[in-house]
Write a protein that binds this ligand. Structure first.
Ligand code: GYE
Length: 342
């Protein structure tokens, strides 16, 4: 038996110990499976009932991402799926290496959240040649080649952008704005949520003549970048800014103190619209410093496990699964919002 190739890129002590538990649990399951397989049929790589799922996560850039990792780990446990988990620390090359390790290890199913849309053809062709089905989780890829992946389990980001814009139009009506100047802080360039949250929002405000985008700037889904972007935007546009549309909570939470430092009250002087709906942002919505948060749920683990089990059994799966999502805003009684769990 070859050495176990699983590298642990995790950055928190808690997760490390969970993983270590999982590694040893997983190793014993695997050894038992190899033993049984060796007795019954030396050609089998493990027991038929066993599912081994390789999952390559993007990183730990946000509360959303950490919630997504936790959910994948919990649901793998619930469904009795053996998980080889790899954290790519925001680097596409780490994800490609992880997928190659999954192929070398002959996992049953590969799942991954592609950090950006381009550049996956070669490695996915290798998975296809090895006969390993691939599930896209959370984000999509862009490719000319058919049949590299089986399905996509993730949010409808275009619709999230539409919901953000529709909220803004209602808000502008309600408070009687005649001109609305917007700055947009976008997520990681060439990632699916960045592209579609931008497009859904732009297409929707295009129907309303009051709306103008002063500038869109790349905040990479990071809190620190959100702060930097907002500092620059305040210096450049100052009180021209009526609205900040930020593609995730992390960047929003980074941006808010910069608005305050410039002497404005977020939520009152500047309309703040965010996406994700993590607990921290919802708490700030309740305080009134954020006006609207479009939900994007990280809880995709159940669908991922059910799909992996179907694929292992050779069954057909839905090509696209979108979770249901809602909008939280100052149009509702925010004290009634239930704890978010991420
Ligand atoms: O909005 C952001 C995260 O891909 C939906 O990635 C995900 C996005 C999420 O880092 O917070």
């Amino acid at each position: 038996m070859k050495n176990f190739l699983w590298k642990n890129h995790s950055d928190t002590g808690k997760r490390t110990s969970n993983r270590i538990r999982k590694i040893s649990g997983f190793l014993s399951i695997l050894l038992a499976a190899f033993f049984i397989a060796g007795c019954v049929n030396s050609g089998d790589k493990k027991e038929d009932t066993d599912i081994l799922l390789g999952f390559s996560q993007i990183g730990s850039e946000s509360a959303w991402r950490i919630g997504n990792t936790t959910d994948i780990e919990q649901q793998a446990e619930n469904y009795g799926v053996n998980l080889m988990f790899e954290n790519a620390n925001q680097k596409q090359e780490n994800q490609i290496d992880a997928i190659r390790r999954f192929i070398a290890y002959k996992v049953d199913v590969i799942a991954f959240s592609p950090i950006v849309e381009d550049g996956w053809d070669n490695v996915l062709m290798e998975a296809k040649d090895a006969g390993i089905p691939v599930i896209l989780v959370d984000r999509d890829i862009s490719t000319e080649t058919e049949g590299l992946t089986t399905c996509l389990i993730g949010a409808d980001f275009y619709e999230e952008g539409v919901m953000a814009a529709e909220y803004l139009i209602r808000k502008a009506d309600r408070i009687g704005l005649t001109e609305v100047n917007i700055v947009e802080i976008t997520g990681t360039e060439n990632s699916t949520p960045m592209r579609q949250r931008q497009a859904g929002f732009a297409d929707t405000i295009a129907k309303d003549e009051r709306m103008h985008i002063l500038e869109s700037i790349d905040g990479d889904f990071l809190k620190s970048r959100g702060a930097e972007c907002m500092r620059y935007l305040m210096e450049t546009y100052g009180d021209e800014i009526d609205v900040v549309y930020s593609h995730n909570d992390e960047m929003t939470l980074g941006a808010l103190p910069e608005i305050e430092k410039a002497g404005y009250v977020p939520g009152r002087d500047v309309i703040i619209i965010s996406i994700d709906g993590g607990q921290e942002a919802i708490d700030v919505l309740k305080e009134g410093k954020i006006n609207c948060v479009v939900e994007c749920t990280p809880k995709l683990g159940k669908e991922v496990m059910e799909t992996a089990i179907k694929l292992k059994a050779g069954e057909k799966v839905e090509p696209v699964i979108h979770p249901m999502e809602v909008v939280f805003s100052d149009e509702q009684d925010t004290s009634k919002i239930e704890p978010r769990g991420y």
